[in-house]
Design a protein around this ligand. Structure first.
Ligand code: NAI
Ligand code: MG
Length: 351
């Protein structure tokens, strides 16, 4: 029996509706694979911010540190500015635990019509590897002259050789294990310091991975290609901002943002990694029990894989594919009428 301690942070809105669904799936597969999960739940959220003045306690990272992984729902709620919820919880965890890889797989499943005619089931299957701790989401900058006509804001992007190399090496290695193709997102025509540096490092690291065929695309052209020809991609590597935008676009190409998963990985395993659906807290549907749990469930499958249980992970992704291909049970975002619970139960029956 392998024991894993998991920190659950359901967060806000539908986060607390989809995390219990993911937990049921985890417990079901765990029982079949000799795994035992113990969970600690943390109520860190915008609600906590409103009541106690902070998204999480001062020693929040220390409370998480001893866990094998973190499973997070979503944070953010109307009334609390989004930069408060993001910088008060998600970004400190990603940075404090050196989760410098944000991994976001995209698949068009049989049974989920893509809004794109060209995105046929089975053909679209790629991964966005997003740099997760530096780049455009820098802390360097400031505001001055508040309220005056000359008011200004400056925000510096920070790209380090170490930070770029490690994300590139992760992406090239992943391409070696998948389809041997890598696309780098750039914008070195317009952004004249950081992006040429990024491009140079891509060319340098590519030499170490001769089995991978690679190319680079400017982010604007790449966005168009995601729509026009999504099946051509295998691994797409991108800086923090570009990867954030591209992966939401990719999730929409795949039919619903409610399905898309993400892993925030510390590949060296010095710290726990964090798994979370790509979607936010969806205040427009929160509290109605109709959120699509697949993004959280697929994220839990990525967690199983990371914890050394690839067979259990595949069992979960196979069940996701099966519930979509073989049943008509769907939550409203996919055109159905099922509740989160009904959809989760239909999936559990297929495991
Ligand atoms: P959102 O992802 O919460 O919602 C966008 C749209 O997709 C909404 O119409 C929503 O109902 C729908 N949707 C999302 N997930 C769904 C699911 N599982 N099932 C069915 N429908 C789903 O993004 P939005 O509205 O931009 O942000 C809402 C809040 O969430 C904001 O406070 C934002 O900052 C936060 N947020 C948090 C993230 C995180 O915790 N990682 C990521 C994105 C947004
Ligand atoms: Mg995003």
């Amino acid at each position: 029996m392998t024991n894993h301690r998991i920190a659950l942070v359901p967060g806000d809105g539908i986060g607390s509706e989809v995390i219990p669904a993911a937990r049921r799936v985890l417990d079901t597969v765990a029982a079949r694979h000799g795994i035992r999960f113990t969970y600690d739940s943390f109520n860190w959220s915008c609600e906590r911010y409103v009541n106690e003045g902070a998204m999480m306690p001062e020693d929040g990272l220390d409370l998480l540190r001893g866990h094998d992984a973190i499973l997070l729902g979503a944070v953010g709620y109307p009334g609390v500015p989004d930069h408060v919820s993001l910088w008060g919880l998600l970004i400190p965890i990603r940075r404090g635990f050196q989760q410098y890889v944000n991994l976001r797989p995209i698949r068009v499943f049989d049974g989920v019509p893509s809004p794109l005619r060209e995105a046929r089931p089975g053909e679209v299957d790629f991964v966005v590897v997003r740099e997760n701790v530096e780049g455009e989401y820098g802390e360097i900058g400031g505001r001055s002259g508040r309220g005056f006509p000359e008011e200004m804001a400056i925000q510096e992007a920070v790209f380090t050789r170490q930070g770029v190399n490690r994300i590139l090496d992760y992406a090239f290695t992943l391409a070696e294990q998948r389809g041997h193709r890598l696309t780098s997102a750039t914008k070195s025509n317009g952004i004249v310091h950081t992006m040429p540096f990024w491009d140079e490092l891509v060319a340098e690291r590519a030499v170490l991975h001769p089995d991978v065929t690679w190319d680079q695309e400017h982010i604007d052209a790449l966005a168009a290609k995601f729509v026009l020809d999504p099946a051509r991609f295998d691994v797409v590597v991108a800086s923090n901002l570009f990867g954030d935008i591209l992966s939401d676009l990719a999730a929409a190409v795949a039919g619903s943002i409610g399905i898309a998963p993400a892993a925030n990985l510390n590949p060296e395993r010095d710290f726990p990694s964090m798994f979370e659906p790509v979607h936010g807290s969806a205040p427009d549907i929160a509290g109605r029990g109709i959120a699509n749990p697949l993004g959280a469930i697929w994220s839990a499958a990525m967690m199983l894989d990371h914890l050394g249980h690839p067979e259990a992970a595949v069992e979960v992704t196979d069940a996701i594919a099966a519930v979509l291909a073989k049943t008509r049970v769907r939550t409203p975002d996919l055109g159905g009428t099922a509740t989160t619970r009904q959809f989760t139960e239909a999936l559990l029956e297929l495991i």
